[in-house]
Design a protein around this ligand. Sequence first.
Ligand code: ACM
Length: 500
Amino acid sequence: MSAAVTNVPHHGAADPAALPIIPWPSAVEPLDGPGPSLADVRVEAPDAGLAALAVEQLAGAGVRVHDGAPVGVTLRLDPAAGPVGSDSPERYTLRVSADGVVATAPERVGLLHAVRTLRQLVPVGRASAGEAEAPAVVPAVVVHDAPRYSWRGLSVDVVRHFFGPEDLRTVVDLVGALKLRVLHLHLTDDQGWRIQIPSRPALTERSSATQVGGGGGGYLTVEEFRDLQDYAAERFVTIVPEIDQPGHVNAATHAYGELMPDGEPTAVYEGIEVGFSRLWFDNPATEPFLRDVLGDVARMTRGQYVHVGGDEVLTMEPAEYARFVELACRVVREAGKTPVLWQEGARGPVEPGTVLQYWEPKGEPDPFIAAARAGARFVMSPGNRAYLDMKYTPEHALGLEWAGFVELRDSYDWEPEQVIPGLPAESVEGVSGAVWTETLATRDDLFSMLLPRLGAVAEVAWSDARRKDWESFRARVAAQAPTWRAAGWEFHPTPQVDWP
Ligand code: ACM
């Protein structure tokens, strides 16, 4: 750990640098003496919902929760909690001492963050067959914590291979464990349409049963999408749905031939090429289609954001592209939501508050700097750092490599405010990992690409850049392995970590 990170341990106290917390907190102060044993605890919380979430977290670490247990885990709303000077609504303080555990935060989300941190401190895998359980002793420590960015996310492609509600709830659990707040779902593309649209039923009736390589597909019904959002929202994770346009639309043009100039539906597509499909602005069927789809999606969305894609439109003149961006953003705004676009959206008219997701680290920075001046907010997902579908190494069986090889350290050692040279730092809204699923067919495939790299991206998004430290991080990653194994979360055992 660098000098800025290390708090000199008191005599007999835990070495804070050895605490297995990811993302690394703002301040960690060891207390003198031993910490409590958390084998059995009782939980006190401001409401039943938070109590249930705390039980869920603690049970995941093998802690038994019952009234009358000797040690208390108390969650309390308190505006004074968190690091000195932080005004983040997510800030919290976690105090773990021989007397018990007290989590304080001004808002409920901070209390859950505190419990997530506590969960990481509980040693996992204590019981082995036929032996007495090892003690669940947790170090005595005070953590004051708050995030660097508010947008800390993961973008998941559920088109190239479909991942259904059960897998996505597990992804929400992973996202939450790393204190991320946004799960962005890429729901439409050339290979399939993955969300039921009441005003346009043919989208899922005709275009949901395909995916890369064939053999399945699927889609989320209105009810499944609602329930997934509810599950995520309880855990303070916001789902951001993406309807990609005006390219990546073969599933739409297959379902509705009227979207094509000749009125003929396009053929299904289960390959992995990009850039060939498109909408046509002057086609009279186009605007009603976008209004129907984006209107329904906005109504179905709990959160503030709707992503309207805009990436990789390789067969359209700039003026027509700009009209699409303007229309899609206007429709989303009229529906009361805030539009998100891939970085190409900077080529269209950008209104204040529009979120641009930066993914392809090449080209001139000027259009992005101009967009920032116009009030755009940036979410950084640079492919050579945050695209977690890139192979770890050339030999890696899964993944693509067009943005390079992304080993764990590549996804850790980068600075969001230097991704676009000259971009004002205050335009950076946050960071998102992204995973595209051309080569990922199962939950294990997906998780082995996410873990451990999503932990790195989460730390880039949460932790003060001066507190990041690779050696500390790789030790803390190793300490997560028992938790991931216990949860059934596949991870890639990169040789960059000394796994237990
Ligand atoms: C993208 O990777 N086409 C956003």
